[in-house]
Design a binder for this molecule. Sequence first.
Ligand SMILES: Cc1cc2nc3c(=O)[nH]c(=O)nc-3n(C[C@H](O)[C@H](O)[C@H](O)COP(=O)(O)OP(=O)(O)OC[C@H]3O[C@@H](n4cnc5c(N)ncnc54)[C@H](O)[C@@H]3O)c2cc1C
Length: 216
Amino acid sequence: MCQTDPEASPGYRGMSLILVEADRTGVSTTDVGAKMGIRMMHTAEVTFKDVRVPSSNLIGKENKGFYQVLEFFDESRILIAAQALGTAQGAFDRALAYIKSREQFGRKIAQFQVNQHKLADMATKIEMARLMTYKAAWNFDQGRIDPKLTSMAKMAAARAAVEVCDEAIQLLGGYGYMQEYEVERFARDAKITELYEGTREIQKNTIASALLGKLK
Ligand SMILES: Cc1cc2nc3c(=O)[nH]c(=O)nc-3n(C[C@H](O)[C@H](O)[C@H](O)COP(=O)(O)OP(=O)(O)OC[C@H]3O[C@@H](n4cnc5c(N)ncnc54)[C@H](O)[C@@H]3O)c2cc1C
């Protein structure tokens, strides 16, 4: 996204989306280094220095790039909601299997009501996240754009992932902290869904502005 009209006020009204091939002169990338989670994926900072491209590389309309990106978010945030949902489900599945097999104090730890309640809360959060994610995806498939619904789904699924993964570690006890049992990785992977494609706070801004409309 490039500032194509430096005079535009506010600035976002003068931005355009431009395709830049990775081998263009002036494009460079720097790995940002070790991350808390999603370590299977490299993350790099991309720098553009005096890069030139033909005007045919313009995507969409000139100076409408910011609005086009917002539309892109209407789809991509649903994908992040789905990512969060899958992460939560993965941690839940492992915790469920574990408490049904682990014995302490002469019985399966799944027999302790406190652990049953944890499971019930986790499953409920996942179900709520699933319903919202599916609704947002279904709505998008109908060709409709609803930024409020999309942000709600992303925010709810991401929070569910963080909370469910944390509880999964708790249910596995000390093993939950060890890499061998995977739930610690799920917990580290979950957090990014509350950050990228707009933080939790930015989702709330989107939801609130849809609820309030233009304030006079
Ligand atoms: C692993 C990883 C991969 C990423 N991949 C991409 C990518 O592919 N493409 C890309 O473009 N970006 C990517 N990002 C960047 C990511 O989208 C941003 O880090 C994220 O949107 C938050 O922006 P920021 O880091 O500048 O935080 P800041 O904007 O500095 O925010 C810091 C804190 O202040 C809060 N805050 C900021 N502004 C407001 C406001 N107006 N109202 C309320 N609270 C506010 C935030 O919610 C947050 O809690 C990636 C980041 C990471 C960590």
